[in-house]
Write a protein that binds this ligand. Structure first.
Ligand code: G3P
Length: 220
């Protein structure tokens, strides 16, 4: 039990590290004082250019994946391994959204969520990346692309993973082990989507009023 708590706490603390803010400070600015004020890759890219934006994206994505990889390795052979690994992903995501180092005022969670779901349900994560790219190319708003990808993620997890599980002999019953895992992953995707939408509430307001800045306008 104690090891589960250590892993979850470690995941939260790693998720709390604001890489976008740190990279911005290294480049001489506080990204919370410019653009959208967010510490995520989009705002870092907007204020400091593509390279630092991509670096922030990768760092925020990895801080979702690494605690899960570590927990999976540490708990090899443990009965609760899958559950604790999934919870470590959730803890890292919550760390990014509500970081202890920044008075619990963090980012919007899209890159970290992507990292978590690339680990848990890679097909669904890739599907949601396709949605993201299509919306971005069509309408030009990163926030709208993020909101769309997050909204479709629970459905993608359910469709892409429940259908193959249902076809496997012996796991068709609704409460079998494979189904429980799919239910939990779908619920996790739903929870992530709700939190991502909540964190994008200012973007939603700007999109609604037609005031959101297009991605094409802030390319350097
Ligand atoms: O992932 C964040 C993105 O969806 C919006 O970022 O800086 O435009 O609020 P931003």
């Amino acid at each position: 039990m104690a090891i589960y708590i250590v892993l979850l706490l470690g995941a939260y603390l790693l998720g709390s590290v604001p890489f976008g803010l740190l990279l911005g400070k290294m480049a001489g600015i506080d990204v919370r004082r410019g653009g959208s004020g967010n510490i995520g890759a989009t705002n870092v890219g907007r204020l400091l250019g593509k390279k630092l934006g991509v670096a922030t994206l990768l760092a925020d994505l990895l801080k979702g994946v690494l605690p899960m990889l570590l927990a999976s390795w540490w708990l090899a052979g443990d009965e609760q391994r899958s559950l604790v690994v999934g919870l470590c992903g959730a803890a890292a995501f919550l760390g990014h959204l509500f970081p202890i180092y920044l008075g619990f005022k963090g980012g919007k969670g899209v890159a970290t969520a992507l990292g978590v779901f690339l680990y848990l349900t890679p097909l669904a994560a890739l599907g949601s990346m396709v949605v993201f790219v299509l919306v971005l190319l069509n309408w030009g708003y990163v926030s709208l692309a993020s909101l769309s990808a997050a909204l479709l993620m629970p459905g993608l997890v359910w469709l892409l993973y429940s259908a193959p599980a249902a076809l496997e002999p012996g796991v068709g019953e609704l409460l079998g082990p494979a189904w429980v895992e799919i239910w939990l992953e779908t619920l996790l995707a739903l929870l992530f989507a709700l939190l991502i939408w909540f964190k994008h509430r200012d973007n939603i307001g700007r999109l609604w009023r037609g005031e959101e800045k297009s991605w094409r306008n802030h390319q350097k």
